[in-house]
Design a protein around this ligand. Structure first.
Ligand SMILES: [Cu+2]
Length: 116
């Protein structure tokens, strides 16, 4: 029994170290879709992420035209074609509330990215 513990101890220590080193990534998703009064993001509630943590936002498009996906503070300005999904990667380094909008259609309903 004692021998087993001696063998397992270094293994456990190693896996704890690995867990401590891994960078956590937050996964979020939004889709450009018809909403009341036109086109906007679904879900419409703000995208909430943690400061300093990697974020991957999957941006879909359930409409018939290309839409934009912009977050000025993080240099994000992309487009997503109908029925496609793009991945937007950011690591927000400042707390705050940032506007998420379609740069192709300024009238489209905006959403927000909240970093805390
Ligand atoms: Cu649009």
């Amino acid at each position: 029994m004692k021998r087993v513990a001696l063998v397992l101890a270094p293994l456990l220590a190693g896996s704890l170290l690995l867990a401590g080193c891994s960078v956590k990534t937050t996964h979020k998703g939004v889709v450009a879709a018809p909403v009341a009064g036109g086109t906007g993001w679904k879900p419409s509630n703000p995208i909430k992420v943690k400061e300093g943590r990697k974020v991957v936002i999957k941006v879909g498009n359930a409409t018939k035209v290309t839409h934009g996906f912009s977050i000025d503070a993080f240099g994000v300005k992309q487009t997503v074609d109908p029925d496609k999904t793009i991945s937007v990667k950011i690591t927000p380094t400042a707390k705050g509330t940032y506007v998420v909008y379609c740069q192709l259609h300024p009238a489209h309903k905006r959403t927000e990215l909240i970093v805390n």
